[in-house]
Design a protein around this ligand. Structure first.
Ligand SMILES: [Zn+2]
Length: 237
């Protein structure tokens, strides 16, 4: 359990590499706790796969030195013009929301707003806790939610894959990735494959998974299952 008094004097912003008092970093004493100070709000998130520590604490009668200016305006959800979909981490914990524009406001910009309650959590959404060590990565949350009924997957919430996401997946037992990006992101997908050994295959899509016909969806799932078999076969050599 975190004692927020330990962090109350930290400056505004996110502090990584702290020792988590709950798991104490395991045998190796890894410093996996991230603490974010925003005004009188404290958020914390432990990256260790076997640790459940995360939370938010606000105010609570704790006197924080508020002499420093607070440049960040608080996030005010636009519940009239937008609808929220939860962002879940690999263990199923909600770490934020994507606020899509309501269909009655088709011109509202941007189309989607991401708000993370736990800024330390990597920008990935897992509709279900994945089974096995191979997952597909798609771009958007709707596609991931649809695909998750048939294949373990996560949404990149965009097209960015980076060291932080790779490390997070590796730390949680994911060894192989099948990258499923739009046609127009093919260059990126190729680069990810060259840069990251864990990106074993790239499937370029003509349609987002969320927009596929039922037939096209079934074929895609079949292709994913075949691809996973190939990958697993390679790993056993
Ligand atoms: Zn921990």
């Amino acid at each position: 359990m975190i004692n927020t008094l330990d962090y109350i004097q930290y400056p505004e912003g996110t502090h990584n590499g702290l020792l988590c008092p709950t798991c104490r970093g395991g045998f190796t004493g890894e410093r996996t706790l991230s603490v974010t100070i925003e005004g009188n709000k404290i958020k914390w998130y432990c990256f260790r796969a076997s640790c459940n520590e995360m939370g938010i604490s606000q105010g609570g009668g704790v006197n924080k030195n508020t002499a420093s200016p607070q440049p960040k305006t608080p996030f005010v959800p636009d519940t009239i013009r937008r609808v929220a979909l939860p962002i879940r981490d690999i263990r199923g914990r909600q770490v934020g929301d994507v606020w899509y524009r309501n269909k009655h406001y088709p011109n509202l910009q941007p189309k989607a707003l991401i708000h993370m309650d736990h800024p330390a959590a990597p920008l990935l959404h897992f509709p279900k806790v994945p089974i096995g060590d191979t997952i597909a990565l798609v771009e958007d949350i709707y596609s991931a939610n649809r695909l998750s009924r048939e294949f373990p997957c996560a949404a990149l919430l965009g097209t960015v894959f980076n060291n932080e996401k790779a490390l997070y997946l590796l730390n949680h037992g994911i060894k192989s990735i099948i990258m499923m990006l739009d046609n127009d992101a093919t260059n990126k997908a190729v680069k990810y494959m060259l840069d990251y050994f864990m990106v074993k295959r790239v499937i370029t899509l003509h349609n987002d998974v969320k927009d596929m016909s039922e037939e096209e969806f079934e074929l895609t799932v079949e292709e994913l299952n075949d691809t996973r078999r190939e990958i697993t076969g390679c790993n056993n050599i």
